[in-house]
Design a binder for this molecule. Structure first.
Ligand code: PHE
Length: 361
């Protein structure tokens, strides 16, 4: 075959390769060129005739063509593969804007929902979550928190005491608040501390606003220069985010807790007249949590040097916050496990509060 003819053949074959529009037809083309009976293979075979010099020249030329065709094939193959992959990705794309079908059988309990919301808000401020035992000893629940022996909280009618299994054993209590976890966290590690503690707490009480078991979220922030201004900013931000009211009035009212000094009760603004209740502006106030600068005696009890470190703590009742936010009027209904109540007040697993949705977007 003449060199010219070879060149024409090469050009033709290159064109065929580049014109293939899918992997399957490219493969058929490949076989028709390089397969056992393919054009190039047959030409290679035909080399056995003819004189040595001509054979050598022809062989070299054929090899060159073979190589360039192989390269062209490879290139076209990877082009076609990526086109096919892109087409598949386009076809198989999951439309994440389509809402997922809501779960029909299960609901998130308003207490779990409220705790999740509280954790999310403080999580965004950099607080981590700590936990502690429900059964506490007297020292962690009272003494280390500077609660004197004659404090009313220590009285039998407020605290559930557990009878010791052996006469000499210490009498344990069901923790009356989440504050003992402040003590455990500070004793277990070194400052700075920035944590919240969601958990169950117990007091001997039962009426429409009290239940013997209830939930609290404790907060503790200890650093070198943390002051009352930080406490106020942090809790004002929390209240406004939680109730989703940007201009919610928040008031700090002097109070007393043995473990904080000074102490402040936090109230939020609301409207309350002739049976109508609404959170927001309106001239009335509703107490929602206790707070204060951690008493230096408490820091000392935990081995933290009060001349080097200071900070604030707060504690809030989850049921109360849930009742206020979601309009639940009787605290006892939280624990009656009435399915009709749960269906009404429960949350679907994907019911994400607006402030969390904004944060994750
Ligand atoms: N432990 C207190 C209570 O149960 C709340 C509180 C926590 C107050 C931390 C101040 C600081 O009422």
């Amino acid at each position: 075959m003449s060199t010219e003819k070879l060149e024409t053949l090469e050009a033709e074959l290159l064109q065929t390769i580049n014109a293939a529009n899918d992997i399957k037809s490219l493969d058929t083309i490949r076989l028709s060129i390089f397969g056992k009976k393919g054009k190039i293979s047959l030409l290679m075979k035909s080399l056995s005739a003819g004189d040595l010099e001509a054979k050598k020249k022809m062989g070299q030329a054929l090899n060159k063509i073979k190589h360039s065709l192989q390269l062209a094939h490879q290139r076209r193959e990877s082009e076609l593969k990526s086109i096919e992959l892109n087409n598949r990705l386009l076809k198989e794309r999951i439309d994440i804007t389509l809402p997922v079908r809501p779960e029909k059988n299960g609901f998130v309990h308003p207490i779990s929902q409220t705790i999740d919301e509280i954790i999310t808000i403080f999580g965004q401020m950099g607080f981590t979550v700590a936990e502690g035992p429900d059964i506490e000893d007297d020292w962690h629940n009272f003494t280390a928190l500077n609660i004197p022996l004659d404090h009313p909280a220590r009285q039998e009618h407020d605290t559930f005491y557990l009878s010791p299994s052996r006469p000499d054993d210490e009498r344990m209590v069901l923790r009356t608040h989440t504050s003992p976890v402040q003590i455990r966290s500070m004793k277990n590690s070194k400052p700075p501390f920035k944590l919240i503690v969601p958990g169950r707490t117990y007091r001997c009480d039962h009426d429409s606003t009290h239940s013997p078991m209830f939930h609290q979220v404790e907060g503790l922030l200890i650093d070198k220069t943390t002051h009352m201004g930080h406490l106020k900013g942090c809790l004002i931000d929390f209240c406004r985010e939680f109730f989703e009211i940007d201009d919610l009035p928040v008031r700090f009212r002097p109070s007393y807790f043995p473990f904080t000094e000074p102490s402040a009760e936090v109230d939020i603004g609301c409207t309350y007249n002739s049976g109508e209740f609404r959170i927001g502006r309106g001239g009335n106030w509703m107490e929602i949590l206790g707070s204060g600068m951690v008493n230096p005696k408490v820091l000392e009890n935990c081995g933290v040097d009060p001349s080097q470190h200071q900070g604030f703590a707060f504690g809030m009742g989850v049921e109360r916050l849930a009742m206020l936010k979601y309009g639940i009027s009787d605290l006892r209904t939280f624990y009656e496990s009435d399915l009709r109540w749960l269906r009404h007040y429960g949350f679907s697993a994907l019911n994400i509060p607006t402030f969390i949705r904004e944060a994750v977007q």
